[in-house]
Design a protein around this ligand. Structure first.
Ligand code: ZN
Length: 432
């Protein structure tokens, strides 16, 4: 594989002080060889190609730790409704009509949007995950995949068998670009014995669990009535937190819940825009991070967001906490960490999320030669408060360029948009 030298403003995300205004990143094959000031590449490193991006910021690819990728097909199909009518009358009937092929094209649409907005890794929970894996492998990105399982549904055990099969077929596939987790949907859709079964299967394979937790007040009330505890306490009592767990949302937590999450090293995927759009509430992010909980960032599905743009999500995350707590809450660099290093930790990808020697070469360049990035007082502040998806110029995953000068190299964007349009409109017509 080729040797590449990138020059530009390097923000490696290895520490708040680390920044090289005239820096360079050397890549050999799928790995980063060196990161530092211009001229820091090792002696004898002879690049096949020099990419001069002196007006760009070179940084790690962004990591979306909670989404349902194929829900791009529902983007704009139903909005501005209360939660239950939105789910029962719109989302669930539409989803019931999705074929494997629909899910494949919906995921391809999501991946196209993600690459264009600088996301190199996603954590997806949905159905037909073998087709989702196929989409990720062809897009050239990285993903942690979980089969979403409704334990109380008739196909609950079948979904669990599919998750096990997915693990055997796809975990560490694609040169390590895929990981597989287990995806029990939520405490209010999965009975206790089902969750324990999932836990023991995940444990025997050494896999992590990805689950929605404490998303709405209604969920807290349901679990309290059924089990006399909070969802976090109930899951902990079931032993679910004994292995690695990624808990999405965690909006409604007691101080005791937060202590449990910290003690059990449960990671939290924070989804501020979905939480706002569905009127779920505001997650206590600073309170969690103060206790040492790893909080990463997610968009949730495109039907409750309505895009998969992590630049927008970073800005929303920061602003939401400033509104809730005070203007010093969740500073820019911390938000960037949520979307990079902490995302990698939450998903168990140990060699991405940071630009460092020996790490996998997952990186993006952001075009800073634009009016909204001047004057250049603070690069982290600009990335969080001023940048948007369209500022991303290049995207590399595992040492391979998948977008260059905003041209997609791994996907046929026109065909993907046309397929998604045709399939989504077809389903909507059937439901009229
Ligand atoms: Zn979700």
């Amino acid at each position: 594989m080729a040797k590449l030298l990138l020059r530009g403003m390097v923000l490696p995300m290895s520490g708040a002080e680390d920044f090289y205004p005239q820096g360079e990143v050397a890549v050999d094959g799928d790995r980063i060889v060196s990161v530092g000031a211009k001229g820091s590449a090792p002696r004898g490193f002879e690049p096949d190609r020099l990419l001069d991006r002196s007006n760009d910021v070179i940084m790690p690819g962004l990591i979306n730790t909670h989404t349902h990728a194929a829900m791009t097909l529902l983007r704009g199909y139903a909005d501005d409704l209360p939660l239950m009518p939105w789910l029962e009358d719109k989302v669930w009937p539409f989803e019931a009509k999705l074929s494997d092929e629909d899910i494949y094209w919906g995921t391809m649409l999501a991946l196209t949007e993600m690459i264009r907005s600088g996301t190199t890794t996603m954590s997806d929970m949905y159905a037909s995950m073998d087709r989702v894996a196929e989409a990720v492998l062809s897009a050239g990105t990285r993903a942690a995949l979980a089969r979403g399982m409704i334990g109380s549904a008739a196909n609950g055990l079948q979904a669990l068998r599919e998750n096990i099969e997915l693990y055997r077929a796809c975990h560490r596939a694609g040169e390590g670009r895929l990981r597989v987790m287990f995806g029990p949907h939520a405490p209010y859709t999965c009975p206790g014995d089902f969750l324990q079964r999932v836990k023991s299967e995940a444990e025997s394979l050494g896999a992590g669990i990805h689950i929605h937790v404490a998303e709405t007040e209604a969920e807290i009330e349901t679990i309290r009535q059924e089990h006399g505890r909070t969802p976090v306490q109930w899951l902990n009592d079931l032993g679910l937190f004994d292995g690695p767990v990624l808990a999405a949302h965690c909006v409604h937590l007691t101080p005791a819940d937060m202590e449990i999450l910290a003690e059990k090293q449960v990671c939290v995927a924070h989804n501020p825009e979905s939480n706002m759009k569905l009127n779920s509430g505001t997650a206590p992010v600073p309170e969690l991070t103060r206790r040492g909980v790893v909080v990463s960032l997610g968009t949730d599905g495109a039907s409750s967001n309505n895009n998969l743009d992590l630049f927008g999500e970073m800005r929303s995350a920061a602003l939401q906490q400033k509104l809730r707590v005070d203007s010093s809450a969740l500073p820019a660099y911390e938000v960037l960490e949520m979307a990079t290093v902490k995302g990698a930790r939450a998903l168990g990808f140990e060699e991405v999320g940071m630009l460092a020697p020996g790490f996998k070469a997952d990186l993006i360049t952001v075009d800073f030669d634009q009016p909204h990035f001047y004057p250049r007082f603070s690069i982290p502040a600009h990335l969080v408060y001023a940048a948007h998806a369209g500022d991303v110029r290049d995207v590399m995953v595992n040492g391979r360029m998948i977008m260059e000068e905003r041209r997609l190299l791994s996907l046929d964007e026109k065909k993907i948009c046309a397929e998604a349009e045709k399939r989504a409109k077809g389903i909507a017509r059937e439901l009229l």
